[in-house]
Design a protein around this ligand. Sequence first.
Ligand code: ADP
Ligand code: ASP
Ligand code: MG
Length: 408
Amino acid sequence: MGQLIVQKYGGSSVADPEKIKNVARRVAESAAPDHRVVVVVSAMGKTTDGLLALASAITSNPDPREMDMLLATGEQVTIGLLAMALQSLGRPACSFTGSQVGLYTDEVHTSARITRITAERISAALDAGKIVVVAGFQGMTEKGDITTLGRGGSDLTGVALAAALKADVCEIFTDVDGVYTADPNVVPDARKLARVSYDEMLEMASLGAKVLQSRSVEFAKKYGVSVHVRSTFKPDPGTLVTREDHSMEEAVVTGITHDRGQAKVSILRVPDRPGIAAQVFGSLGAQSIIVDMIVQNISREGLTDISFTLPRADRQRAERVLAGLVREIGAEGVVADDRVAKVSIVGVGMRSHAGVAARMFTTMSKEGINIQMISTSEIAVSCVIEDKYTELAVRALHDTFELGRERE
Ligand code: ADP
Ligand code: ASP
Ligand code: MG
């Protein structure tokens, strides 16, 4: 018997009917002669952004359950069309929504976590000789409500189905031909990585390299799914995301990432006493607002400033939460800044090399870029800077750490 292959095609790969027909041809080739194929697809092109815009034309505070009802429609369009395209090529195919394949999640609408996958209908359809087409990004609560898995969540659907079905291969097809040392659309001489470890990919994804959704990498690591990121439009091999091996530690820095989806919020002149931070971040957490970097200034006259970053989309909600709290704790006020970006360097080699952060800061200073906030992990250093310097910073860091193409 042949292999069981899970393939995922992203929004730009299925953006119009011609591209859907192209994907159908590629899927049909992969299925020949005796492989079983499960295809996960995203919504066409920028459909999800369009649906979000529609919702915001109705209300600034949509009900998350209804938001999921709306967002899940995008992927349902693509699965119907792709199944038809496969059938037009003479290939038996059948499409399913997330609920139909038994992809169960918790009840956290718009960023639900997968709890279990039954996949009964997938197995039955595969046994019947069909190519199975599944809607990415969506699932269902135990009560039967439709949920979505967070932006970029079709990657997670692909990886999770590969794990549940014990697939031989999980391929993520996209508009670039692999994972690069930096976003190739920003750094022209970025280099394709042949292999990257789960931990590095996880860090790169959560620090802004949207080529894979970070939760999908977390899931792949947990279940040991090797993920092959490759191009929808070219046949070449791409990047294997897999367990760490020794060769990976040779490079000090593996990649540079940037994230322009951030905002910075500062609470001014906060009374410096025990319990304040717990109150501030407790009330944000209670609204499911995920805060990233936090900086508290040295206290003067018993007052201090607290600044933090968060996803830009959550800024208004955070300001609403903090408006009441500021009066309660006796702080002076809240200011927010959307014109910030986070630039990071990532690499497992950092564990065993000193002075890497200093090289990053020197590069920023040479370019005249002010660093507003800094955070570090075992294998990454991140700086918050003014948004307009993002591309300059990424390119300069890419040069400093010599990540460009090897010269002949
Ligand atoms: P899809 O629609 O297939 O899910 P995405 O737009 O989510 O595709 O992800 C692919 C994009 O990720 C690329 O077009 C590229 O601009 C961006 N990207 C950011 N960082 C990287 C990186 N380090 N390597 C490759 N692509 C990256
Ligand atoms: N369509 C969803 C999004 O745009 C999921 C995905 O593309 O992975 O975020
Ligand atoms: Mg994506």
